[in-house]
Design a protein. Structure first.
Lengths: 338, 290
């Protein structure tokens, strides 16, 4: 995190912008990744763009055993968003390591593997299996799962349980592989959860997961989703996600943060970085536009260049610094309507 | 990377939009789709324009493709207005632009030999049947069509069917045209008369379930194109699943956008669609509460 001064007076040329970032020791081509559960394991999207041209592919959260997921309907469209209740359908870790991961590795894509468990033991076992597999750039820990040993309470909502998961995972993942805790915004005090997972050994934070929501069918007069409630995602949650990144960055400015939630354009990605994210993930908008991740890379480059920045690192957390007087004198109108 | 077999995403210009009975017939300029297309595949359209608040793609069976001509390749769909997205599509005018991904999904499997085939469709479910009958006729198959709908205006392609098939039977539930009743009322007779070895079907789930059953009792294979709610259409979201029995006898929740939309009728657990039946791979023990 270098320049905190405004350097936007003179636009940079597109080729002057070097999008490479260092995310908790991980060298990425650019700060744009796919969000877990919105890109499967990358293969399907490779028809639409070269998956090696984005920062990383974050794979769908994998559990120890195969999972059927929830009954359908599993989705409901909502204004600028959607509710989903997939229920973590997946093949289980054996199949994932035998087929999905090797494909990403052979394709030379950066693979960030998301894991999900229903007990501490499961997280630890997954961490061991994934952490020792070649080609894993980082592990993302989806802690928005019910804990079967604690009345089904979600790990992410309890700073103590969340920290126990992170400690268990960290113990079993090799030191040189970063471990990100993926946080839920459905908590009273996000900063406390963030602090406790960092203290338990997380390398960085990914935020946010979906927000709990509900939709009722006007015809049946009953909940739309088979699973009753679902996770809200898409541009509808972007201001909430941005606020979370802002709060956590303010409390812990040195912690690497991956910003997630409703990112649709390069400008949205820039917004998250200004709030304190070192990288971003693109989720629901992939359903709307399967080439969104690569489009956002291109747009982010243009947005940085237009403001005179030559590296994403120059903007991380910039929104937290007071506006310089010189900024008031710059041609802001020109930037608003390029 | 992009292969010549995979789907294409493009910003397609509207060439024409016409009313056909209760439906709309949309033709988009989409070069490259025709060369990849096989009958039974679908197109996923983004709706609402660039700033749309409707994020999920809308899927439609591909009715027809053309590979060249003045417009350099087109793709056509037939749709009913059922909500906000299809209402937006119905308001398009020539030269408007729609983001389209096509062709998607697994097509109808074609018989290796020149056998007799029955093509059964409900409502706009007939849309994919004409391209299919073309391919079947090319292979020397005999084609027999059964088209059904609730009422005449919801019947699509009855005239075209006469040009595409050796025999055509039309049914409507209100009797406004053809035989009063449902496609499955006449299907047993059609199968007996024509000795069809394969039944192809597209329409509502209930119809598909009934058709698959009739095919089975007559010893015919069935190929059913299903319609499950889809968010992405390309295989990344896992919303579009239904319980399907695999080669190994095991039931799995299978994505209908990439492993379908066409399934063997005897593989789909029709009465369990909308549930995760007990014994499904990865189901919680005891199954899901109903
Ligand atoms: C493989 C496939 C082929 C199809 N072929 C045709 C066709 O040829 N002609 C035609 O008129 N319709 C077809 N449909 C149905 C069509 O996709 C829906 O009617 C359409 O998505 C409704 O959108 P809406 O915004 O008007 O409705 P809304 O109810 O506002 O849609 C809300 C959400 O639910 C989804 N949805 C609603 N109804 C359906 C449905 N029946 N099937 C799937 N998703 C649905 C939409 O995609 C959207 O995400 C097909 C569906 C599938 C899956
Ligand atoms: C269909 C769907 C499935 C998801 N599955 C997962 C998952 O398996 N693991 C996870 O950590 N997050 C999952 N998420 C959450 C996303 O990764 C992301 O955090 C959230 O959707 C917000 O970002 P978005 O608005 O860009 O989609 C899923 C989201 C959607 C819409
Ligand atoms: S619609 Fe997204 S996986 Fe099938």
């Amino acid at each position: 995190m270098s320049a905190t001064t405004w350097s936007g007076q003179v636009p940079a040329a597109l080729e002057e912008v070097d999008l490479r970032v260092d995310l908790a020791g991980m060298r990425l081509k650019n700060p744009v990744m796919t969000a877990s559960g919105c890109a499967a394991a990358g293969r399907e999207l490779d028809s639409f763009f070269d998956v090696t041209d984005i920062g990383a592919v974050v794979t769908k959260s994998v559990m120890l055993d195969p999972r059927s997921g929830n009954p359908t309907p599993r989705m409901a469209e909502t204004p600028s968003g959607m509710l989903n209740s997939i229920g973590l359908q997946g093949p289980g870790i054996d199949s994932f390591l035998a087929t999905d991961l090797p494909w990403l590795v052979s394709r030379k894509a950066r693979a960030v593997v998301s894991i999900a468990g229903s007990s501490l033991g499961e997280y630890a076992e997954l961490a061991r299996r994934v952490g020792n597999s070649p080609g894993v750039s980082a592990v993302e820990v989806n802690i928005s799962c019910p804990n079967v040993h604690n009345r089904g309470l979600v790990f992410a909502c309890d700073p103590y349980q969340a920290a126990k998961v992170m400690a268990a995972v960290r113990r079993d993942v090799p030191r040189d592989v970063p471990v990100f805790a993926k946080l839920s915004a459905d908590v009273t005090d996000l900063v406390t959860v963030a602090e406790s997972v960092m203290a338990a050994g997380a390398t960085g934070l990914a935020m946010i997961n979906t927000l709990l929501g509900l939709s009722i069918d006007p015809v049946t007069l009953r909940p739309v989703l088979g699973g009753v409630t679902g996770g809200l995602s898409g541009p509808a949650i972007r201001p909430v996600a941005l606020r979370c990144v802002w709060q956590v960055h303010q409390a812990m400015p040195d912690v690497p943060i991956i910003g997630i939630g409703g990112i649709r354009t390069g400008l949205d990605a820039l917004e998250f970085m200004l709030a304190g994210a070192s990288a971003v993930q693109v989720g629901t908008i992939i359903f709307h536009d399967p080439s969104a991740p690569i489009r956002i890379v291109t747009e982010l480059r243009a947005e940085l260049a237009a403001r005179g920045f030559t590296s994403p690192s120059q903007v991380v957390g910039l929104a937290h610094t007071p506006t310089a007087d010189s900024l008031a004198a710059t041609d802001l109108e020109g930037l608003r309507s390029p | 990377m992009t292969t010549s077999a995979g789907p294409l995403q493009q910003r397609a210009e509207v060439l024409s939009l016409k009313r056909v009975g209760a439906y709309h017939h949309l033709t988009l300029v989409a070069p490259g789709v025709a060369e990849r297309f096989r009958p039974g595949q679908f197109a996923a359209l983004a709706v609402g324009g660039p700033e749309s608040a409707l994020l999920l793609r809308r899927s439609f069976s591909i009715y027809r493709v053309r590979d060249s001509g003045t417009y350099g390749g087109t793709v056509e769909i037939i749709f009913a207005v059922t909500g906000k997205g299809t209402a937006w599509l119905a308001d398009l005018v020539p030269h408007d632009v729609v983001d389209v991904v096509a062709p998607l999904g697994r097509p109808f499997a074609l018989p290796k030999e020149a056998v007799s085939c029955a093509l059964v469709a409900g409502g706009y479910g007939s849309a994919p049947m004409f391209a299919l009958s073309g391919r079947l006729l090319d292979r020397g198959c005999a084609v027999h069509m059964v088209l059904g709908a609730s009422t005449e205006s919801r019947l699509f392609g009855a005239l075209e069917a006469r040009r595409s098939a050796q025999s055509v039977i039309v049914t409507t539930e209100d009797g406004s045209v053809g035989i009063k009743g449902r496609v499955t009322d006449v299907l047993p007779e059609v199968l007996e008369r024509t000795g069809s070895a394969v039944v192809y079907a597209c329409g509502p789930m209930g119809m598909l379930a009934a058709v698959a059953q009739v095919a089975e009792t007559h010893g015919a294979w069935s190929q059913c194109a299903v319609e499950e709610a889809m968010a992405c259409g390309v295989g990344v979201c896992m919303t579009c699943v239904l319980p399907v029995i695999g080669e190994d006898g095991r039931t799995r929740m299978v994505r209908s956008c990439v492993e379908g939309p066409v399934f063997r009728g005897d593989r789909v657990r029709w009465s369990d669609v909308g549930t995760v039946p007990e014994g499904t791979l990865g189901a919680p023990s005891g199954g899901w509460p109903q």
